[in-house]
Design a protein around this ligand. Sequence first.
Ligand SMILES: [Fe+2]
Ligand SMILES: [Fe+2]
Length: 184
Amino acid sequence: MASTKATSRRKTAGKGAQDAIALLKADHVKVQDLFDQFEKARSDSRKLSLAQEICMELKVHTAIEEEIFYPAAREATDDSDLLNEASVEHQSAKDLIAQIEEGSPGDDMWSARVTVLGEYIKHHVKEEQSELFPEVRSSNLDLKALGQQLLERKQELMSEFKGKSNNGVSARSQRSTSSASHSL
Ligand SMILES: [Fe+2]
Ligand SMILES: [Fe+2]
């Protein structure tokens, strides 16, 4: 959380310090592309690997929004209706993600779930980008600093999830010792 060390600042700022909204939008583009690829995929193995990637990307994205971006936006914009809606939409997405992760392409409903998840996400992204982000952009939030926090947490979660999918429990214990998990 406290990240005002001159050394680390210089290093990260040079390496494409994205503002929070740019970072989240880039995630949106990436996941939309994965959904488009999924709709075109023919083989079950390709569908499965795309769905796994979609689920991982979305779990990380929703987590960094919920842990960092939404609380900051709630404070800066005072628009709790919009943020409550967004949180409910996240929950619906997470329910579908869990069902997709438990299922497999052999199940008839499985592809339908991925398609519907794509539709949910499209709707949710549209609202974030047309309503929430402009409100946040016009607030006095430090979007660069917030972007840095999002990036760090994103990297941490990515390696945590990748470690989990490689060998069950894994990298989690490594990480949890170094980071106090209840920050904001
Ligand atoms: Fe979101
Ligand atoms: Fe988002």
